[in-house]
Design a protein around this ligand. Sequence first.
Ligand code: FAD
Length: 384
Amino acid sequence: MRRSTDLIVIGSGSIGVPVALEFAKNGQSVLVIDSLASPGQGQDKKAIGGIRATHSDKGKIKVCQRSIEIFSHWKELYGREIQWESNGYSFPAYTEEDEKLLKDTMRIQTDFGLNITWLSPEEYRELNPGIRMGGLRGSTYSPEDGSASPLLFVHSAYFKAVECRAEFKFNEKVVGFRIENHKITRVKTNKGSYESANVLNAAGIYAKEISQMAGVDIPVEPDSHEAGITEPVKTFMGPMVVDIRKDMGSKNFYFYQNSIGHVLFCLTPEPPIWGADSRATSVFLPMIARRMISIMPMLTNLKVRRTWRGQYPNTPDGLPIVGKMEEPDNFFQAVGMCGQGFMLGPGIAELMYRIITDNLNPEDPEVLESFDLRRDFAREEVYR
Ligand SMILES: Cc1cc2nc3c(=O)[nH]c(=O)nc-3n(C[C@H](O)[C@H](O)[C@H](O)COP(=O)(O)OP(=O)(O)OC[C@H]3O[C@@H](n4cnc5c(N)ncnc54)[C@H](O)[C@@H]3O)c2cc1C
């Protein structure tokens, strides 16, 4: 029989892989199980690579600040390219209402020590020269936010984790648990079963099903979003543009140019499209193309290479669920990452290590309060 591990991670995505690396590099034995064929094949590869700490909740801010430190030093730490670029984020305002919302949120963000300022329309045009000036009231600018490639990152973390002796089982689906004396004693898959001191649910949009196997109900639902990428062109953009205005069929949309010249874009449909159907639609591209050209007319002749559809593992308040369960008491969650699982990944991995090894730092309890499953989920993150 196979020996027991310190930790079984269910899911080798944006969260599961950095968690495995964190445990393996600290000398713990870790087994990652994923039903798909290789790392990052769930929602990780659907992400467009945006990374920001400029949220409105302390927990998310703190975790993403740490993630940015890790992403920005990744190449020095691990020797692999992840296309990190400190290109910043910007939220331009075209209405008085949006200007007020952005400025109110900025006050919370600066109180948390984030580097974010308000730019006049002329100052903003210096950064994003193609921006439509008519009606522009100004924009936020947070220069320390950035971007990287989710697939390069997940593979880089995977290779390093394997080097540190983490074990990965692909094409293997978790189908149940054996629970005895308040503990998960075996993780059952379609191919066998495994013993571990601790079990972490990092199953993304399938986290609810996994959690139900342990008798714990969690509010995580798949919420569909589509995205796309253009041909690469010479750098012409500064920070990511997030337009928070609503339009017919959509809420906000956002786009940026990555370090090798592609423009990546994504849109939040309104009403939301719930469920895990990943067939791309024919309405997405005309809708977002019109919106992008209206805010940056110079995009008109840029050629789109590909579009795709994926899902955010959403919670009702836009905040993740992270922590130890009371029952079974060796069961942990790092789920409900919404539209920010890639940027949260490295910071959540370190936090998870401190939780499971019972070594919290003085700031962690407050962060974990935001991510606690027992919260009422009534509050909503401002730009979720
Ligand atoms: C269009 C789009 C754009 C996005 N853009 C961004 C962005 O710019 N920045 C950002 O931070 N985030 C972005 N996201 C969100 C991000 O992709 C997710 O939040 C993140 O991937 C969730 O990470 P995860 O590890 O929880 O899930 P995943 O990465 O999906 O990993 C979960 C893994 O669990 C496995 N699994 C599930 N059930 C089982 C089972 N029973 N047995 C074994 N394995 C199982 C799955 O196969 C999967 O590999 C975007 C998402 C979409 C759809």
